[in-house]
Design a binder for this molecule. Sequence first.
Ligand SMILES: [Mg+2]
Length: 352
Amino acid sequence: MAVVSTLPPIERRCKAIIFDLDDTLVPTSAIDKGAVAAAASLAASLDPTAVASAGGEEELIERFRALLKAEPFPPAVEDGPGGSATPVSVACWRTTLWARSIWPATSPSTAPPALPPSASDPTAEVVRCILLANGGAEGERGGDGTVAEDKVAWAKRVHDTWCEGRLSSFRFPAPVAGLVRELRGAGYALAVLTNGHSDVQRPKLAACGAADLFESQDRLVVAGDFPAMKPDPGVFLAAAAAAGVGVGDAIMVGDSLRCDVGGGNAAGCLATVWVKSCPSLAPPEPEQQQQQQQQQQQQGGGGGGGEGGGAAAAAAVAPATSFWDGAGDDQQTPTYSIDSVLDLWSVLRQLA
Ligand SMILES: [Mg+2]
């Protein structure tokens, strides 16, 4: 005879989990490192003289990274008199950043490049970068006052190599994909909340198949589509709504103390979880795998979607203390901190 419980179902406090993408679910920095190195190596093979005279490949990489950070897409575009701001494609903009890195301006007083009148193609701007790199020297110009076409093509090839390299490797590490499936199976509503412009973040989300893993494109929230990005509370409310819950029923999981933890706290998330590192794409060595399995067993599982486990689970969760985020001045306190997202079950058991 079947036993029917008259007890109400146990209400779970945490109903939804909002994940940051870059360096939380996907090791973006590590992937990008390889792609930038491949692009710099190509630049050095195409124009060895320019790259060597400007300090070599490492210096080129440093210059590119500094520009990418200082001048993210979309660039600040000044509205012309009576006209609308020039639309600039992400490929165009970033090709000019590569051109400025390969052929850096010799004069420190050189003004940053203006955007070309038609910014769907970076040719004009790349030409200007090369001329600036030579202080406007006639040596770079042909008889008709133009720059050799091959250099324009080189800049585009270097950009495309970087872009293709980062997107072709952009995927969820297998254990992370496994965790997301377990959480889905356990009934948690899931969403992704990522900072950045749509033209930058959507190709990354597509490359890693995030819509399939999270079961819907609607669960993927790109903060660049909103008036303000993380840590602005508005995008956390949107991500919680995408998961079908109020923000107070959701936890925020991310690697940025300022954006993910600070924003999640300000928005009123049930809890914020700071992840200290991102799982690597490389499969773990057999010995490392064995250690991880032992650790999971000691923590009470994590596999199979179960939420059981005991007091030992707390071992992987650091007590709430304050941290300083290198990216900002704000001191932010996560509710929990864990080594990587793979330790999330330990937090969920505490929140149950
Ligand atoms: Mg991140």
